[in-house]
Ligand binder design. Structure first.
Ligand code: HEC
Length: 472
């Protein structure tokens, strides 16, 4: 080829890449993406339940063909559905192109996002500024407040770290090994309500079982308590663990949030990707549990005397409860349940109740196929609130501080894919308002009302902890 021809060809290809592909890429592909992928990978492809599809950092989808094949086959055990049966091969191809286009646009979007950090957010009844408390984290999942003002942060990979004045300490040595797999890992840290007297710190994590399943690990929620001396984890006691026969290899739906109340520890375990097991009271997954805070099982638990029942069960039919907190006035336990597509729920948790998953739900499968047409059934509880589309609800917290008087006792719920913070007003056990007070800062993994009266958010992407401070 002569040089001129070469140049002309290059120009032609470049022009095609910049403009021509829009004919295939946007419109149809955008709709397909919004319909099938955005619920997990985020509207801007920035990630949510699934990883980010921007940033050109691929684990599986190394090239165009590799990506198309991966999308068709999926990796169901890790939470990526296969779309080969629901989306035609040409449409999958245009999705791949769309993803590549969005990679190019992502950089500009990053800059736009950063700007909202410094602004004042005016909402219905309070105005606030968002201040970064500590950054440089690796997928933080939970935060606890030490009496001396330090934060204690759990990172999904297994590290537990103190932070003070924006500085992050080295990980606490000797914490338990966790099964950091998909959504599993170190998921919860909390101080015992009498921490000042007894020094107990509780950790919830995905335990790696001894047995292997086809060469993969397998895991489920385990709870230990221990103390920290000289940045070392000591005096560990096992509070809750599940026999190996109930472990499974899926990388999804671990739940694992705590509430302490009146000497009890309530906690959640997701359905572990085995949805029908949520209805089976002989199994621990898909449930809220109640034990004493030393690990003993209360004899007045609802299924304690049922043959073969898992005795710590408090409620069942729960999909993936990633938020749990006590109402500061009524003392009731409220739960956020990460639902299927279009089925996120807020529930009021009551002894022995069946919350219906997967027999009833407002959602459908992520690949667009139905789960059921039933939203109600006798003997199954309705959610207090459900979101269509889903916000990918995660951590929740009742605000009980003094810095935002007009938010007192409101329930705050974080969204992952939606990157939203919702303020829910509750009157007589009904949600009378759902206000989005913040959007677009990052995926909101957890919300925590600090002892200093500020409202703290655990963000993923950027992996940092921020707090809302009032502006008068
Ligand atoms: C139910 C949630 C969910 C939905 C819906 C979903 N994905 Fe995924 N996706 C995931 C998860 C989780 C992973 C990571 C899986 C793993 O670790 O093996 C993933 C991985 C991927 C990857 C590989 C990324 C890499 O690093 O190589 C691509 C590409 C991808 N998804 C594209 C899509 C497309 C396109 C759609 C829509 C047609 C889609 N996904 C819908 C959850 C989802």
């Amino acid at each position: 080829m002569n040089r001129l021809f070469c140049l002309a060809l290059t120009l032609l290809i470049t022009t095609c890449l910049l403009h021509g592909q829009n004919r295939i890429g946007t419109g149809g592909a955008l709709k397909l993406y919004e319909q099938h992928c955005a619920s997990c990978h985020g509207k801007e492809l920035e990630g949510g339940l699934g990883g980010p599809l921007v940033g050109d950092n691929w684990d599986y989808a190394k090239d165009y063909d590799g990506m198309a094949e991966y999308i068709a086959k999926g990796n169901p055990e890790m939470g990526m559905p296969g779309f080969g049966e629901t989306i035609s091969a040409p449409d999958i191809r245009s999705l791949v192109i769309f993803i590549r286009e969005m990679n190019a646009k992502a950089e500009a979007a990053e800059q736009a996002k950063a700007e909202s950090h410094n602004g004042v957010f005016k909402t219905e009844v309070e105005s606030f500024r968002v201040e970064k408390v500590v950054g440089g984290l690796s997928i933080p999942w939970s935060v606890a407040f030490m009496p001396d003002g330090q934060l204690l942060i759990a990172e999904r990979g297994g590290d537990l770290r103190f932070a003070k004045d924006g500085k992050l300490a080295k990980p606490v040595k000797g914490t338990p090994e966790v099964w950091a797999h998909g959504q599993g890992g170190l998921l919860e840290v909390a101080l015992h309500p009498d921490y000042k007297e007894n020094g107990w710190i509780y950790l919830g994590f995905s335990e790696k079982g001894d047995e292997q399943q086809g060469g993969r690990g397998e895991g489920i929620t385990k709870i230990v308590r221990g103390k920290i001396k000289n940045n070392r984890w000591t005096d560990e006691e096992v509070i809750f663990e599940v026999p190996p026969k109930f472990h499974n290899g899926a990388g999804v739906h671990f739940g694992t949030r705590f509430v302490f109340q009146d000497g009890y520890l309530y906690f959640s375990i997701g359905d572990r990707g085995r949805q029908n097991m949520a209805q089976d009271i002989t199994r621990p997954n898909g449930k809220i549990h109640r034990i004493y805070d030393d690990g003993r099982i209360p004899k007045d638990n609802p299924f304690y005397n049922e043959p073969d029942a898992y005795q710590s069960i408090w409620t069942y039919g729960n999909r993936n409860p990633q938020g749990l907190d006590t109402h500061p006035v009524t003392g009731d336990i409220w739960e956020a349940e990460h639902g299927p597509r279009g089925g996120d729920e807020i529930n009021l948790i009551k002894k022995g109740i069946n919350y219906g998953w997967p027999v009833i739900t407002y959602g459908m499968n992520y690949n667009g196929t139905p789960i059921t047409d039933k939203t109600h059934a006798p003997g199954m509880e309705q959610p207090v609130l459900y979101w269509v589309p889903s916000i990918a609800v995660c951590g929740i917290d009742f605000y009980d501080g003094d810095k935002f008087p007009n938010w007192k006792n409101n329930l705050f719920a974080g969204g992952l894919a939606s990157k939203e913070l919702h303020r829910l007003v509750i009157e007589d056990d009904k949600i009378t308002k759902d206000e989005i007070v913040l959007k677009g800062l990052g995926r909101v993994r957890d919300v925590a009302s600090g002892p200093d009266g500020y409202l703290y958010l655990v963000l993923n992407g950027p992996d940092e902890i921020v707090r809302l401070e009032p502006v008068k």
